[in-house]
Write a protein that binds this ligand. Structure first.
Ligand code: B1M
Length: 211
């Protein structure tokens, strides 16, 4: 792996947001592919933090500063990822479900979809089923994207599916879901339209729905 990607990963783990943003800019200027900067730099660092969090080697404050560094790096990367897409191609809403504050994966999914030219309306985190429905009506969208990172909040996705099914938007929208604990079988079980395991496949699937 290139030295600069290793530096991005290590700076992210240390929560050095400014350094991460600068290193991402430098990596792009050196001609590294944006996808590699994302996968082998930013996500590699976040995955180390995730493992350490699981093993109780780091705690919430360290994870938060790493997450902030991840988001700063991703901001610099966004135009380069978006440049790989072409023109506006439909509109979608995205949010992390009620009770869940994790937004890194949701932001990446949003970014990759924007990279495909889809206009994304970001409802943020802790989004109630009612808010998803209200926003879908307000913006006249055809795709709803729900992210959940906790086993305890996964069930909220089912509530989103149910509220849309019992509304007049039932035939107008597709509901896509994802997040670490979410699986294809959970998707089938709750009657959502589609599941994607990562941001890149989520953007591919979204293109099929938008088309
Ligand atoms: Co939390 N956390 N966290 N956390 N956190 C996890 C998820 C956990 C697995 C850690 C662990 O114990 N090993 C665990 C969940 C256990 C479980 O439910 N089974 C956990 C816990 C327990 C908690 C708290 C309860 C901890 C506490 O307070 N005691 C608490 C809950 C707060 C809340 O939400 N109410 C909490 C808090 C936090 C922080 C605030 C400190 C921070 C979030 C900061 C932020 O997001 N701004 C945080 C973080 C960072 C993590 C870990 C370390 C990393 C998550 C992440 O960002 N991954 C995580 C451990 C881990 O995952 N290894 C953990 C990187 C991201 C790119 O991946 O989000 O999976 P991910 O997204 C992927 C795919 O899943 C997919 O694409 C993305 C990119 O490829 N995807 C979609 C995501 N959404 C999609 C939507 C789609 C399609 C694909 O379609 C619409």
């Amino acid at each position: 792996m290139s030295e600069i990607l290793r530096e991005i990963s290590e700076s992210l783990q240390a929560g050095k947001a400014k350094a991460v943003a600068e290193l991402v800019g430098k990596a792009l200027a050196e001609g590294l592919p944006p996808q590699s900067v994302l996968d082998d730099g930013l996500l590699a660092g976040m995955s180390v933090i995730g493992e350490k969090f699981k093993m109780n080697e780091v705690f919430v404050p360290e994870v938060l500063v790493a997450a902030r560094a991840m988001n700063k790096g991703a901001e610099v990367l966004k135009p380069a990822l978006a440049a790989e897409g072409i023109g506006a191609r439909g509109r979608a809403i995205i949010g992390t479900v009620k009770g869940d504050l994790h937004d890194i994966g949701k932001n990446l999914v949003k970014m990759m979809m924007e990279g495909k030219g889809i206009e994304m309306i970001d409802l943020g985190v802790d989004v109630s089923p009612e808010r998803f429905l209200e926003a879908a009506k307000e913006h006249d969208i055809s795709l709803v994207c729900c992210s959940a990172l906790l086993t305890t909040t996964m069930s909220e996705i089912k509530n989103v599916v149910n509220i849309f099914k019992s509304s007049d938007m039932a035939d107008k929208v597709k509901i896509m879901i994802g997040g670490a604990p979410v699986t294809q079988s959970f998707c089938d079980q709750i009657g959502a339209d589609g599941y994607a395991p990562d941001a890149a496949s989520a953007s591919e699937l979204a293109m099929r729905y938008i088309a």
